[in-house]
Write a protein that binds this ligand. Structure first.
Ligand code: LLP
Length: 477
């Protein structure tokens, strides 16, 4: 009997994107280019996934270039459509930071939000222009701040410690020779944006909620006056914008509507301190579809709401429209990638469950064990075979909780089948680890039948590359 769980899915076919060009990637379970070929196999970007695994091994992250570019364009075009002022979309590279993904975002006209020296370095190496780079972080090191200033990237100031540090640096610009660790002076005044906590609640996982008052990020909005006064007294701090981010994987529209109103009030207050704030950045957070139960608004609909809310609030406050920025991560890259695994051992416990194990797990996708995230999967080499079994997809780590999918509805599987977990583009590769000394997977980008490596698979040599064996511990000692 064909299983009708979940929501009537009867084979891998049902997960295919149901429309083409106009589809919003964040509403699709599979990349937009996904097809089933005449061998009943899943194809992405014109490449047979089963063949890709033969060629590049597994686990394998497979990134569909068209889906990523479509999402970038949809954001950009929606701002052009709904916002009469200037706008800039930034890619939140914490979702997936590597040279190729940053380069694509850059080619599509996006800037990049980075949260560490490492992400900043990656974006710079990918050729992103520094004037479109914004460095975030609630505890940036002095080296990271210096790298940002040196490279001409804007700093999103998160707290008093950082503001005072930058203020102190900037106030000695005139006699830099006097300090022992001189900063490059070329980029003074320092371009900063202030991150504020808006006190807005949204319904998402506690760990990925950031806008409520009890958050480690951003200035307390009750201290706005002090913050604005401080900035206005430091002429070498060039405060160009205000920023807030309320959380991630959000499906509701109201929190961002509310946020826009709150931020425009901040803008108004800043003008009272003589600060010419040109930019408002409303953060990221638009959710994506991981299962049929998820129903996020489209990229177009989300941008429309944000733009309307900012326009309305500016009309009420009689303010000029600021340059509007947002910084999505998940909704740009999430649906563009799948992870392909090879099926190995299985274990049936009669009356309880069947475990089907794959050759990766919590090291390449820590989201299920961290956030209890639910994913869907298909067998890439059996796309039309009826999904008659409900099994538990286990990873290969020495950890009972290393379960990728608790209840996966799949065709009967056997060792060697290619199991593909959907919508793994965001916060999978970027959160991957070497737990149990598993080498991190390779990633390929696919387009028009061509597959190119964008991240090489780690080797055993890579795993011990940073290890040091003091002479007295070596067996030859
Ligand atoms: N801007 C800021 C300041 C952020 O903190 C984040 C995400 C974003 C933008 C992008 O948010 P997005 O558009 O991707 O929702 N590891 C978690 C998600 C953590 C999100 C952290 N901040 C997960 O796997 O669900």
């Amino acid at each position: 009997m064909v299983s009708t769980h979940p929501a009537g899915v009867q084979s891998g076919r049902q997960y295919l994107a149901n429309s083409t060009g106009a589809a919003s990637p964040n509403q699709q379970l599979l990349p937009l280019s996904a097809r089933i070929n005449n061998r009943d196999r899943l194809e992405i970007g014109g490449c047979d996934v089963t063949t890709l695994v033969q060629q590049f091994g597994s686990p394998l992250y497979i990134l569909d270039e068209d889906t990523l570019r479509t999402a970038c364009r949809q954001y950009r075009e929606a701002f052009q459509k709904y916002y009469p002022g200037e706008s800039q979309v930034l890619y939140a590279s914490k979702a997936w930071s590597c040279l190729a993904v940053c380069a694509i975002a850059h080619q599509e006209g996006l800037g990049i939000d980075v949260v560490s020296g490492g992400e900043l370095y990656t974006a710079l190496q990918a050729g992103v222009s520094p004037d479109k780079l914004y460095l975030h972080g609630n505890n940036k090191s002095l080296e990271e701040l210096k790298l940002a200033i040196d490279s001409g990237c804007t700093i999103v100031v998160d707290n008093w410690y950082e503001l005072q540090t930058l203020g102190n640096w900037s106030s000695v610009v005139g006699d830099r020779e006097d300090i022992s660790d001189p900063l490059p002076t070329t980029y003074y005044p320092i371009r900063i944006v202030l991150r504020l906590t808006p006190g807005i609640e949204c319904h998402t996982h506690e760990y990925i909620r950031t806008g409520h008052l009890d958050s480690k990020f951003g200035f307390d909005p009750n201290q706005l006056d002090e913050v604005f006064a401080f900035v206005s007294q430091h002429s070498a701090l060039n405060c160009v914008g205000l920023h807030a981010h309320i959380g991630s994987q959000i499906f509701e529209q109201q929190p961002h509507r509310d946020l826009a109103g709150v931020m425009v009030q901040w803008l108004d207050k800043a003008s009272g301190y003589g600060l010419q704030i040109e930019e408002l950045n409303v953060g990221g957070g638009l959710g994506i579809r991981y299962t049929e139960a998820d129903d996020p608004p489209s990229i177009d609909a989300w941008v429309k709401v944000v733009c309307a809310a900012i326009k309305d609030a500016c009309t009420v406050q009689q303010l000029e429209l600021p340059k509007l920025l947002c910084e999505p991560g998940r909704s740009l890259v999430g649906a563009a990638c799948v992870t392909a695994y090879t099926v190995g051992a299985s274990k049936t416990i009669p009356g309880i469950r069947t475990y089907v194990a794959v050759d990766g797990g919590m090291s390449d996708n820590p989201r299920p064990i961290t956030y209890q995230s639910v994913y869907r999967a298909v067998l890439a080499n059996k796309m039309s075979v009826p999904a008659t079994q409900t099994v538990t997809i286990a990873g290969k780590h020495c950890e009972s909780g290393d379960i990728l999918i608790k209840e996966a509805t799949l065709p009967p599987s056997e060792p060697g089948d290619i199991l593909v977990v959907l919508a793994t583009g965001a916060y999978n590769y970027s959160m991957a680890s070497n737990y149990n000394r598993l080498a991190r997977p390779a990633a390929v980008i696919v387009k028009d039948g061509e597959a190119n490596l964008i991240v090489r698979r780690e080797t055993y040599q890579d795993l011990i590359r940073q290890d040091c064996l003091p002479a007295r511990l070596s067996s030859e000692a």
